[in-house]
Write a protein that binds this ligand. Structure first.
Ligand SMILES: [Zn+2]
Length: 87
């Protein structure tokens, strides 16, 4: 199998993945509680999201040679001031 085929396949796969909305000022992973990391709570204000919320952006966290992507979610409308912190 040619290397070009793999690259083409990867490119196609990338097109299938909806890009996260542009996000600025994403917090660092260590600033988030576990519930914020897995989108149970808002990544900005730590309120329980329930069925509401909107995607904030992808947080890339690198550990050794692996990169983990956390999809951060925030309140659908309005947030309290950021209250996340180290657990
Ligand atoms: Zn919020």
């Amino acid at each position: 199998m040619a290397t070009d085929d793999v690259a083409t396949t990867l490119g196609a796969a990338r097109e299938w993945t909806a890009p996260a909305p542009p996000a600025t000022g994403l917090p660092k992973l260590h600033q988030l509680s576990m519930k914020q990391q897995i989108a149970i709570c808002c990544a900005r204000c730590a309120q329980y999201l329930g069925a509401s919320g909107r995607q904030w952006g992808d947080l890339h966290h690198r550990v050794h040679d692996r990169t983990f992507v956390f999809k951060l979610w925030v309140c659908e409308s309005g947030c309290r001031p950021f209250q996340g912190g180290p657990a």
